[in-house]
Design a protein around this ligand. Sequence first.
Ligand SMILES: [Zn+2]
Length: 331
Amino acid sequence: MLSKKMIDGTELVVFDMEWNQPFSGKTVSNEIAVLPGEIIEIGAVRYEYSDGRLNRKGTFSCDIRPVVYKKLHYHVMKITHKTDADLKKGIGFEEAAARFREFTEGADLLVGWGNSDPKILKNNLKFFGLDDHLGMDFLDLQPIFSVFCGQPGQQKSVEFAVDYYNIQKQDIFHSATADARYTGEVFEEIFNHNKPAEVISAVSSSSVNPDMPTEFSFTGSDVDEAEACFAEVSDKILICPLCSRKLTGTINPFRIRKSQYALLNCTEHGDMFCRVRAKRRTGGKYYAAAVMRFATQNDYYLVASKKEEFDKYGSKGAPIPVPEPAPETDE
Ligand SMILES: [Zn+2]
């Protein structure tokens, strides 16, 4: 939650980024695991809030030359209309990050459309050996817009929001610079068309700290049998990864085939989703791979449906349906 409410003088930065991605099918290297996307453009607009309105203070735009994924993925090429030659014109990520840092200096809130940009930004900062703390809260404006346009829970594109408010279209969409500008204008319109107190309240309750981890994974030691994996980490999954408090089972750990599920509760941090998988090494030994994260609506649904399966069929799980024989064809 936002540590302080928006008041006159609060400054915020609306930003958007484009990133290139590796081609699938290539040998999976360590790079893909640590760098799922390499940033190639950052666009941003800085605002100051005053008297129920957002006032534009400055803009930021920067093209970045990728060093890992140098060839544009066809999907990225299609949506961004960039070319391989464009990529070469950019500056290095370190310099771009320093300039962006300078642009956001002293702001209270970062705003984006969708929740993936802060993750990719932190990921790139870390990859390039830079400080990955963003140091301010992040607001995903997309669900806020859905609420104020009367369609809560629906995912809308920036373009939809731009049309909704009759914002003049000057640039193509899917350039970070244009999308940051459009997102900012949508935010301006949300303030213009609603009671500022209501917008501020929605902003406060939806802002998150992007520097706090939301997912934790760890592995157990090697054991001889798949069955033994679960016992090996059974104590470890009952400790809150954030505060080390003892977790209690909202839905106690249960196992279906090679996966164990649980919904655990920390009195301080709320519900955590937990899944442990028994994995086999090439040498034949087994180990547990555990994932714990703050439970989302999808996680509640997943654990509840797996529990239903477990209650009905036990740890063997529902019988796997026998595939229908392929229809015979005359050729
Ligand atoms: Zn905790």
